[in-house]
Design a protein around this ligand. Structure first.
Ligand code: ZN
Length: 262
């Protein structure tokens, strides 16, 4: 059977374009699925079944496929699923609060909905890739006079133990921001505050060749695992979850101290 050149090239071009598109605005699809799978690995099959794992992984990818504004699918774009659009600290906390509503709705369902929970995980994972969070943590360690950086604490850990991270919290309040998506120009090189193209300037750490990718991926994994503890109704995690919502994910704190309101 003979193919006309165009009939062969068109699908190939589409495939290449899709791959590029999928790498533009998030940890690439396979990375989200792998992070979620790695996070699930610490949970026994008795607490999260195989079919739940599969659905949760698919859900963690779906926020890109459905709400990622991919050119191929022409779907809607929802920045909150990706921690995009030049969010500052207060907008980040508001985004976490919006996510907490989705998560609480999920937890309240009579039957578990792992696909939806996976969509929430997508956002949690993207936060570490699409913001300067891991960079600021490294800066805070340097300010303490210790250049050796190991694991980076999750945002939730930092909020729950503010006395342990006073410098980092101060930096987060003053300097945290996420990348703007889409970039400021479709054609020009990205700015530092843009989400960024696959290479060059920009905030994202979606793929292996990006600066601090490994830091972002590992912290995203730890955060996803913590949220899955909520999903399996771990009692300590649920208590901490309530605390985080009460403090509005840091909106009620300033630097390392709780803001006193009168
Ligand atoms: Zn995303």
């Amino acid at each position: 059977m003979r193919f006309r050149t165009s009939s062969v090239l068109t699908p190939l071009c589409l495939l290449a374009f899709s791959a590029l598109a999928l790498s533009l605005n998030a940890f690439v699809v396979s990375v989200h699925s792998a992070i979620t799978a790695d996070a699930l690995a610490e949970f026994p099959l008795t607490s999260v079944s195989q079919s739940e794992r599969d659905q949760m992984q698919r859900g963690s990818v779906a926020a890109d496929l459905v709400e990622g504004a991919l050119p191929i699918t022409n779907g809607p774009y929802e920045a909150r699923f990706h921690f995009d659009n030049d969010f500052k600290f207060s907008a980040v906390t508001a985004n976490f609060l919006d996510l907490s509503k989705l998560i609480d709705t999920n937890l309240a369902k009579p039957h578990r909905d792992p696909w939806e929970f996976g969509k929430a995980l997508h956002a949690i994972e993207d936060f570490y890739s699409h913001s300067n969070y891991v960079l600021l943590y490294r800066e805070s360690v340097k300010k303490n006079g210790n250049d050796l950086v190991g694991s980076i604490p999750t945002f939730e850990e930092v909020l729950l133990q503010p006395a342990k991270y006073p410098e980092f919290l101060t930096l987060l309040h003053s300097d945290l921001h996420t990348g703007r998506y889409p970039n400021h120009s479709k054609f020009l090189p990205a700015n530092d505050t843009d989400h960024g193209w696959p290479t060059g300037a920009g905030m994202h750490k979606d793929t292996l060749q990006r600066t601090l990718y490994a830091d972002a991926r590992q912290t995203a994994l730890e955060a996803a695992a913590w949220y899955i503890r909520i999903y399996v109704r771990d009692k300590q995690a649920l208590r901490d979850w309530t605390r985080l919502k009460t403090m509005k994910f840091g909106a009620t704190t300033q630097g390392g101290a709780t803001r006193v309101t009168h």
